[in-house]
Design a protein around this ligand. Structure first.
Ligand SMILES: [Zn+2]
Length: 60
């Protein structure tokens, strides 16, 4: 995902602000990392540039 997406991304559960943790990036693109919501303590993984924003209780 592009770093600019952080400006519009919010937690799908509580609409809180997300904190980005980058593990691997390629220019302006985040390849691997995670998005963390401080408000409800949900963690959303980023894998192969795709942010997985499914709420934790909706994951398979
Ligand atoms: Zn949240």
């Amino acid at each position: 995902m592009k770093k600019e997406l952080m400006d519009i991304l919010v937690c799908p559960v509580c609409k809180g602000e997300l904190e980005l943790k980058v593990e691997e990036e390629n220019g302006q693109e985040i390849v691997t990392g995670s998005l963390y919501c401080r408000k409800c303590e949900a963690l959303y993984p980023i894998r192969e540039t795709i942010p997985g924003l499914l709420p934790p209780d909706k994951r398979p």
